[in-house]
Write a protein that binds this ligand. Structure first.
Ligand code: SAM
Length: 341
């Protein structure tokens, strides 16, 4: 088990190469198209379809104690033990990290599980991951800003690390509210805050520069992971990988998210933020893991990374009493759809 402790959010890009960026024709559906011609949603689908086959490995996603505890801890910050749900939908579900780990962690006992995403490739992996762990996840491809479900269908609607990909996040919140039953609960976790994201980029950039400086020393250059081109990837694949720089659209201020949630009709709105030093540590770890040649970092690295993250998470819990909430990296929104009068 590899132990990247941080949530599956955004990847560290492959190192830029001189002359890269010439976007080639790619096959999307059955037609060869220029990726530059795709609109923002078609780019999301194309990129995530391509990413689906390596997504779990890239973000060290597993369906075992490590990720179950991570998902359950996020959920339990805003939903008390004992809350029961007959039907659950995850929007922007990807490969099922949040939904499946919550189910395995006993948070969704007895619930029917549904997942939707703009990427069919992601949903195929999600259904397979569920089946491999004894769960039936019913999937339906669709756009979060226009969900393919009837009004008042689900007791719980969840999401993790996806609304920052949407052109109009408020439209998705309105849709999630629509498909919730009156009295139902919404939980969205793993969204980046505006300030937290800025700091995390500084961490990523500086870690990457330090890694490149150290591995510029003769004898150490072979520690670097070969680029996609050096690994023999096609120009189409390189072009799809480049879309990574176009799919992250937003960061959020906690107060704005609260406002948006109320605006679409949700009530009992609560936004909590989390991860400060643990997040910096997690991104530094992930940057190195994304830059180093496969097989160089062994289980001791994984162990140290995971336990370092856990220790710093405890530090962050204490800091949350004194540090302003917009500085923390991850945002969790919880809200209820009110009963009709
Ligand atoms: C960073 S991944 C997160 C996946 C998963 N929730 C997780 O935490 O691992 C973002 C997901 O949002 C999906 N997505 C992007 N735009 C979308 C849209 N308009 N409607 C539905 N899903 C979308 C992507 O296909 C991708 O699976």
């Amino acid at each position: 088990m590899s132990a990247d402790p941080s949530p599956p959010l955004r990847a560290v890009p492959d190192p830029p190469e001189p002359g890269d960026g010439a976007v080639d024709d790619a096959v999307v559906g059955d037609a060869a198209v220029d990726l530059d011609d795709l609109d923002v949603k078609a780019k999301q689908a194309a990129y995530h379809d391509w990413e689906a086959r390596s997504y779990d490995e890239k973000f060290s996603i597993s369906y075992d104690e490590r990720c179950i505890v991570y998902a359950r801890d996020r959920f339990r910050k805003v939903v008390p033990e004992g809350a029961g749900f007959g039907s659950v939908l995850e929007v922007g579900a990807g490969t099922g990290f949040f939904l499946i780990n919550l189910a395995l962690g006993g948070c969704l006992d007895g619930a029917e599980l549904a997942a939707t995403d703009i990427s069919q490739g992601m949903l195929d992996v999600c259904a397979r991951n569920g089946a491999e762990h004894g769960l039936t996840v019913t999937t339906r491809q669709g756009d979060a800003e226009s969900l393919p479900y009837d009004d008042d269908t689900f007791d719980l609607v969840i999401g993790h690390a996806f609304i920052h990909h949407l052109p109009v996040p408020g439209a998705a919140l309105r849709e999630m509210h629509r498909v919730l039953r009156p009295g139902g609960t919404l939980v969205i976790a793993g969204e980046p805050t505006e300030l937290g994201d800025r700091v995390s980029w500084a961490v990523k950039r500086n870690t990457y520069r330090a890694f490149r400086a150290v591995t510029a020393v003769p004898g150490l250059t072979q520690l670097r992971k070969p680029s996609l081109r050096e690994r023999g990837a096609s120009t189409t694949e390189q072009a799809l990988a480049e879309l990574e720089h176009e799919v992250d659209l937003h960061t959020f201020r906690p107060k704005d998210v609260e406002h948006l949630a109320r605006l679409v009709g949700l009530r009992e709105v609560e936004v909590v933020t989390e991860e400060l030093t643990a997040n910096w540590f997690g991104w530094a770890v992930r940057t190195i893991e994304g830059s180093v040649r496969d097989g160089v970092l062994g289980p001791r690295w994984a162990y140290a990374a995971y336990h370092g993250y856990l220790r710093l998470s405890r530090v962050d819990e204490a800091l949350s009493r004194v540090v302003p909430r917009p500085l923390f990296y991850n945002l969790i929104l919880r809200a209820r759809k009110p009963y009709r009068r």
